[in-house]
Design a protein around this ligand. Structure first.
Ligand code: NAP
Length: 315
């Protein structure tokens, strides 16, 4: 699988990241293991999890995804061939963990994540949200301490506005601390309607795209396939996206999908991977056929003219 630079870390990561949010909870162990194997067999090595995944699934309390990953890595003996990302910052109600990136919580949750996964280091550790109640310095100093101790290799941000990312970068540079090398945001081919609220999630916007294009900060897109709503009759497009702009974008998407003999889901993922700057999709699947389809996006080539049509489509 093709690799792309991760910010200015000097490290390259798989261009298609696997989202492990539902592995070990919504997806049972056997299915989760099959999906992970499938991704790795396709050459992928970049896997995304978080301390909270997935407490909202009935019967879960959070940590199931990390635990499943740990078990799978032990069985396969493949830890050293993978690049594992985890996150801290959202609440874990059953464990009494607050929504925060206070120093105390960042350090304590990192220890728990390391233990659940049975690893010595988390390759990429994200602030899962932008905690406006904790000083930026406090969070970054805690991340820096974890980096110095070898518990995390690199740090990233998720659900941050561009100006807050720049503020954090300035603090890191001034203090000589680790700096956020990437930003993981909600992003798909359809554009949110004006005023659409995803709180506490933050959608990628033009401001952030422009910021990342001018700084060596890698963009990652979560929920790229809108839960399957592009192609499935059992899923609906939410009001946050539905409307004339979506209709125009869907028409372009379907036309290009026909031209390149791919599915709309594959074209969305390929469009991100062909974008400038590159957007790394954080892709998830619940079944082998879905995974196969999504991995097929790696073989889709979009010509510059097709990219231009996809980009220009809209109401
Ligand atoms: N940083 C953050 O705040 C944040 C937030 C959310 C997610 N994430 C990360 O991003 C990853 C992906 O998020 P997401 O699950 O919301 O992504 P998504 O792309 O919106 O949805 C994935 C779901 O879409 C369906 N699907 C996938 N491929 C399909 C296909 N080829 N055909 C039909 N349906 C298909 C499946 O739904 P069914 O399960 O219904 O079959 C699958 O579970 C997560 O695993 C997590 O790592 C991060």
């Amino acid at each position: 699988m093709k690799k792309v630079p991760l910010g200015s870390t000097g490290i390259d990561v798989s261009i298609l990241c696997l989202g492990a949010m539902h592995l070990g909870s919504k997806e049972d162990e056997a299915t989760s293991v099959r999906l992970l194997d499938q991704y790795v067999e396709a050459g992928g090595s970049f896997i995304d999890t978080a301390n909270i995944y997935a407490y909202w699934i009935p019967g879960s309390k959070g940590g199931e995804s990390e635990h499943l990953l740990g078990k799978w890595m032990k069985q396969r003996g493949n830890r050293d061939r993978l690049f594992i990302a985890s996150k801290v910052g959202f609440e874990v109600p059953a464990e009494g963990v607050a929504r925060s990136t206070s120093a105390q919580l960042v350090v304590a949750e990192c220890e728990k994540s390391l233990k659940r996964m049975g690893v010595e280091t988390i390759d990429l550790y994200y602030a899962h949200n932008d905690d406006r109640n904790t000083p930026v310095e406090e969070t970054l100093e805690a991340f820096h301490k974890l980096k110095k101790e070898g518990k995390v290799r690199f740090i990233g941000a998720s659900n941050f506005r561009a100006w807050r990312l720049e503020q954090a970068r300035w603090v890191s540079n001034t203090k000589g601390w680790a700096e956020y090398c990437c930003i993981q945001q909600r992003y798909t081919y359809l554009r949110p309607n004006p005023g659409a609220d995803f709180s506490p999630q933050v959608a990628l916007n033009d401001d952030l795209l422009d910021y990342c294009a001018n700084r060596a900060i890698t963009l990652l897109a979560y929920s790229p396939l809108l839960g399957g709503a592009y192609t499935r009759k059992d899923k609906t497009l939410t009001a946050q996206y539905a409307g004339p702009d979506a209709d125009a974008r869907l028409a372009a998407l379907n036309a290009i999908a026909q031209e390149v003999d791919a599915t709309p889901n594959q074209v969305i993922l390929a469009w991100m991977m062909h974008s400038d700057p590159v957007v790394v999709p954080v892709m998830a699947a619940s079944a082998e056929a879905q995974m196969q389809e999504n991995l097929g996006a790696l073989a889709v080539t979009l010509r510059a003219e097709q990219m231009a049509r996809l980009n220009a489509a809209g109401a």
